[in-house]
Write a new protein. Structure first.
Lengths: 365, 321
């Protein structure tokens, strides 16, 4: 981007995304006003519903956990300038990995089951991203299209497995049996009780939150402190330059997609093992796509992703409360999400150019 | 499968292929001009909602179709402004449009009709009427011709025939008109078009607008022809099947017709049978649903004839100074 150099770094990572989000919020407020509700009341309800109690916080953090995983997945791929829209399908397959591990192996303790479930989720998610990655690297198939196709194929595959393989006999519901209760993951209220902090027992937020935070650190370390991370970023900045430096584009593409798929798959540990305790058809509920908005808003940096994930967690929990108390349906959140993607992703230059001009004028005057 | 069932399946193939065909040609024209569009799904969805809403309120389906086209073109222009004017990422813009449509249709439908994100059912003139082709009744009992002409080809809504007419029209426009030649050139080598003194921006906006019109027709048919009203997420991935068909057809109009008929047939079969016995092998319904996507991946991978998109597709044009 020609305008990029003229914006100071601090403004690039704060002012630009915040302006984009502000624009998205203003348009959403106009929409709320247009359907005859008060935007101010809506904001108050959302903030109160998401942050006003430990119950609200619990749900906000539960959703944020999902979005951290899927946001990191998209962000890692974006760093190599690969657009992985397949987070949804990779997380679905991750759920299958979790279910197989939890259902077919009798674990003596939840901690072992958790490790195995993480491995299963990551492996299945990575596998589902490997094929599009390989096809892009070796056959030149556009990764955006193949990952979209793989989302649909994953949904069909999961439907088949749930109906024909995992569904208990006599059950009408296309879902797996419940996992053994001994391997239920510790919830946040149990963990906080150990240090004497009272917390609501209801929300499904669980130990996966810590794994998500650890993954933020791991991705940061990978990208900025390892040779592979350097290669990924170099490849993303300029493919020919990376190639001259002896970095194999095919290898980076495949490796990045494996990491991205594994991160998306890990989301299932939170949603399938942490919340549902069984595999259901719509275990992912669009979180794979929200990862796109989270990564764009977080500027593909793990810290940004974590903050954006909490923002979207807030929107999700706040939106649920809003739907409960007003006539505004939950889908309002999808509109906000779309506007965030539009302004931070597609209309980036529209936001960036005026800000660059502002700084240029200040610099001149 | 007996003849009666076969006729029914093929009859519904034509109906199911129609929205796919409109959307597929829409994507084809846009991408031939160098603007990637994965927002077909979203445009179809807003169009479906608008068509059903206006048709319900006015009782006139054609007013519904017109407003569907208007709102779909408006969405196209958002994509155009993001992708062409501000040179943003075309894929991200498409994703945003899909979500915008998925959310806003439900929010507004709930506000207008208060039926949980759907429009009331359409009846009478608010739905698209069926058209009986000439002599359809007369040849009804003629062997072979009767079932084909009366049973399969006749008795569809006007937009079905319009969709099939759009295939030769698109082909003619792209290959036999000056506009079409320039459109394709802008998708392959925009700098050459610019040097010839023709506006790259103008051509691309024209392509994006045509894409909007066709998506509008696709959505309108979906909610007023194929179904009798709008329900939440009613496009159900059809925009992506159309995208798959476009790649499957390698961005060529006549091949697009073949691809959408194949995908329409798969959908018709999946609707009709839970499991299909294919030479002794039981094919589950999920495999039928996934087949269009699997076929597209195979084609993209170049194992069976490589699909190569227009060369300048997905990149914004920066004029040299």
């Amino acid at each position: 981007m020609s305008a990029k150099g003229r914006i100071p770094n601090w403004a690039d990572v704060t002012l630009v995304p915040l302006t984009s989000v502000l624009l998205a919020f203003i348009l959403s407020a106009i929409l709320i006003w247009a359907i005859g509700e008060s935007p101010w009341e809506a904001v108050k309800l959302m903030v109160d519903g998401a942050f006003g109690s430990s119950y609200g916080w619990g749900y906000t953090l539960f959703y944020a956990t999902n979005f951290m995983f899927t946001g990191l997945a998209v962000a890692v791929a974006f760093q190599a300038r690969l657009f992985n829209i397949g987070g949804e399908g990779q997380a679905l397959l991750g759920g299958l990995g979790v279910a197989l591990v939890c259902l077919y192996i009798p674990w003596p303790h939840w901690s072992l089951a958790l490790l195995a479930a993480c491995a299963g989720a990551a492996a299945f998610g990575a596998l589902w991203a490997l094929i599009p990655g390989y096809l892009q690297a070796r056959r030149g198939s556009h990764i955006v299209i193949t990952t979209i196709m793989f989302n649909f194929i994953a949904a069909s595959l999961l439907g088949y497995v749930l109906v024909n393989v995992l569904r208990p006999q006599g059950s009408q519901d296309p879902s797996s049996p419940r996992f053994p209760s001994e391997i239920a993951l510790p919830k946040l209220h149990e963990m906080l009780a150990l240090v004497g902090i009272p917390f609501s027992r209801v929300p499904p937020v669980n130990i996966s939150l810590l794994i998500a935070i650890a993954m933020c650190f791991a991705v940061w370390f990978l990208l900025w402190r390892t040779r592979l991370g350097y290669q990924i970023r170099a490849f993303g900045e300029s493919e020919p330059a990376a190639q001259y430096a002896g970095i194999s584009p095919a290898r980076i593409t495949v490796v990045v997609m494996l990491i991205s798929g594994a991160l998306a798959g890990l989301m299932a540990v939170n949603s399938v093992m942490g919340e549902q305790q069984r595999l259901v058809l719509n275990a992912v509920e669009g979180a794979g796509f929200i990862g796109i908005a989270v990564a764009l808003m977080g500027r593909n940096h793990p810290l940004g992703v974590a903050l954006a994930a909490i923002l979207f967690g807030f929107l999700y929990q706040g939106g649920a409360e809003l739907a409960l108390w007003t006539s505004i349906p939950r889908e309002l959140i999808v509109v906000i999400q779309a506007l965030v993607i539009l302004f931070t992703g597609a209309l980036d230059n529209m936001v960036r150019i005026p800000i660059a001009r502002m700084f240029a004028r200040r610099g001149a005057g | 499968m007996d003849v009666g069932t076969l006729v029914q399946v093929l009859d519904s193939t034509l109906r199911l292929a129609t929205p796919l065909l409109f959307a597929c040609l829409a994507g084809l024209i846009s991408e031939r001009a160098g603007v990637f569009d994965i927002g077909l799904e979203g445009k179809m969805l807003v169009a479906a909602f608008m068509a059903a809403s206006i048709a319900f309120v006015t009782g006139n389906v054609w007013l519904g179709v017109l407003s569907a086209i208007a709102v779909s073109v408006a969405m196209s222009l958002v994509h155009g402004v993001a992708a062409i004017t501000f040179r943003g990422n075309q894929l991200i813009s498409g994703v945003a449009i899909n979500f915008l449509a998925a959310g806003i249709t439900v929010v507004i439908a709930q506000n207008w009709f208060r039926q949980g994100g759907r429009t009331p059912s359409l009846t009478g003139d608010a739905r698209m009427g069926r058209i009986d082709l000439p002599f359809a009744e007369a040849v009804r009992d003629v062997p072979v011709l009767g079932p084909i002409y009366h049973g399969i080809l006749s008795g569809h809504a006007l937009l079905v025939y319009v969709a099939f007419l759009c295939v030769p029209l698109t082909w003619y426009m792209l290959t036999r008109t000056r506009f079409g030649l320039r459109l394709r050139a802008v998708g392959e080598n925009p700098a050459a078009v610019d040097t010839a003194g023709v506006s790259v921006i103008g051509l691309r906006f024209a392509a994006v607008a045509i894409c909007g019109v066709l998506c509008g027709l696709a959505g309108a048919y979906l909610s007023t022809g194929l179904s009798a009203g709008f329900v939440k997420d009613m496009t159900a991935g059809r925009g992506f099947i159309a995208l798959a068909a476009m790649i499957f057809a390698k961005w060529r109009p006549w091949h697009a017709l073949g691809a959408v008929l194949l995908f329409g047939l798969l959908e018709a079969l999946a609707n009709r049978f839970q499991n299909i016995d294919f030479f002794g092998l039981a094919v589950p319904v999920q495999a039928m649903q996934a087949l269009p996507y699997i076929l597209t991946v195979v084609i993209l991978a170049g194992f069976v004839g490589k699909a190569i998109p227009p060369r300048a597709g997905g990149t914004a044009y920066v004029k040299e100074h």
